[in-house]
Design a binder for this molecule. Structure first.
Ligand SMILES: CCOCCOc1ccc(-c2cn(C[C@@H]3NC[C@@H](O)[C@H]3O)nn2)cc1
Length: 447
């Protein structure tokens, strides 16, 4: 048996998001979000599921925190629902919404758990969407107004801030592929949205610095790794494009102050151009304190003319898959982390999401989810290997604490280390929960 030992200052945690766990969508003064609209649109979400109740965490957050206390986490990454704070997106502030998050944060701090707050995890106020959403540059300032209020309100309590979760999902998945809210299918729109998210991120970092806030700020892109099927240049180029879709497009503006030219040119051939205003790139590339990396999967890929957006196809080389159909590819975790470190420097990295979908159900009060434990084990081995190779990893937060509303998959797909009965809202700690608890306590595990 080998021991995988993590550094003494390694931080461990769990992650969730507001629309996926809170429920109480019409309570506490909350206004509607685009996910309330999208989930109620027939055909958009499996089984017509929605976040009306979810895990009931608006009322059960105390129980969730007791579970986290038992788990022994250092950090809890959650998101704030913008429409709980500004029901109409801007203007009048909803004190009940602020009170909810104060109660949550205060309870976390009582337990010695560090809150890591995501300001935007996809639940855009519907009123903002009605005014053009992220395609409208006015939304940038609306977001900065929201962030400014949150910084001031939670000063001294929240010390880790994430501006945007997975800008690739907010832009391309939601406005080009159309699988997530608001469900547009327009490449130019998606490119506009991505740019406006970047500008909003940069302006928020500037505001954070102007306020002289104690704490750290970053953002949390989702990445995958596409490995060339062969050493043929066309396969390498195709995978470079696929990787740039998730990585370069969202890292270069922040860390280099420019978009990757080969991708700008490629998008131009597809009819999508960048609409950059004076000062935008300087705004976007404000130095940040950390970056959150969300990694789930990857693939071997190769060139295929006229296939998809990038003349690129995934090759099924026999990787096992999770219950949501994603490849189990721990090698890709190591490769993407070493690529990011080599390309963008020594920026402190928190793994803000990594986890797997397995739909095991309780039997006699136990959930035997050995496959999830094996996924965790394999990916933590890759993480450790990346750290041994110099990648500046500060912490690991698994997705997710709870089974929850998995967007277009609804409640059909379970990512939690704790099972949720969506009829009774009963929580059941899975076997993976106990393995993760032991790993956190030991700061090592055996392979
Ligand atoms: C080519 C067509 O493809 C259609 C679907 O394409 C995707 C891609 C990626 C995802 C996806 C979902 N998650 C997990 C979430 N991360 C944030 C948190 O809220 C988790 O619930 N990460 N990526 C979904 C769908």
């Amino acid at each position: 048996m080998a021991i995988i030992q993590f550094p003494k200052d390694m931080k461990w945690g769990v992650a969730t998001a507001s629309y996926q766990i809170e429920g109480a969508v019409k309570e506490g003064g909350r206004g509607p979000s685009i996910w309330d609209t999208f989930s109620k649109t027939p055909g958009k979400v499996v089984n017509g599921d929605n976040g009306d109740v979810a895990c009931g965490s608006y009322y059960k957050y105390g129980e969730d925190i007791e579970i986290m206390d038992d788990l022994g986490v250092d950090y809890y990454r959650f998101s704030v629902a913008w429409p709980r704070i500004f029901p109409n997106g801007t203007g009048e502030v909803n004190q009940e919404g602020l009170n909810y998050y104060h109660n949550l944060v205060d309870r976390l701090l009582e337990k010695g758990i560090e809150p890591m707050c995501t300001l935007y995890h996809w639940d855009l106020p519907q009123v903002i969407q009605d005014n053009g959403g992220w395609d409208n540059r006015e939304t940038i300032d609306a977001f900065v107004e929201y962030a400014d209020l949150m910084f001031k309100e939670f000063e001294g309590k929240i010390k880790y801030w994430i501006t945007f979760n997975e800008p690739w999902c907010v832009s391309f998945l939601s406005n080009f592929i159309g699988a997530h809210a608001p469900g547009n299918k327009d490449l130019q729109l998606a490119v506009n949205v991505a740019h406006h998210l970047h500008v909003a991120h940069g302006k928020t970092v500037i505001r954070f610095r102007e306020l002289g806030m104690e704490g750290k700020i970053g953002y949390a892109p989702n990445v995958e790794w596409n490995e060339p099927y062969s050493d043929k240049q066309e396969d390498i180029d195709a995978c470079n494009r696929a990787n740039a879709f998730f990585i370069d497009w969202f890292f270069d503006p922040v860390f280099k102050g420019s978009y990757p030219q080969f991708m700008v040119d490629w998008f131009a051939t597809k009819g999508a151009t960048l609409n950059i205003q004076d000062g935008d790139m300087e705004t976007i590339s404000q130095p940040i304190d950390f970056i959150g990396i969300n990694y789930y999967t990857g693939s071997v890929g190769r060139y295929k003319e006229n296939e998809g957006l990038f003349d690129h196809e995934r090759v099924d080389t026999g990787y096992q898959k999770t219950d949501i159909g994603w490849n189990i590819y721990p090698e890709g975790f190591y490769k993407v982390l070493t690529h990011i470190s080599k390309t963008y420097g020594d920026v402190p990295i928190y793994i803000t999401e990594n986890g797997s979908c397995y739909n095991d159900e309780p039997e006699n009060g136990q959930v035997k989810d050995e496959r999830r434990t094996e996924y965790l084990r394999q990916h933590l081995v890759s993480l450790h290997r990346a750290m041994e190779n110099g990648v500046n990893i500060k912490g690991y937060l698994t997705w997710s604490l709870l089974d929850n509303f998995e967007w277009a998959e609804g409640y059909s797909m379970r990512f939690g280390i704790v099972h949720v009965n969506y009829r009774t809202l009963e929580r059941t700690k899975k076997d993976s929960f106990y393995w993760y608890k032991q790993t956190i306590a030991n700061n090592f595990f055996e392979v």
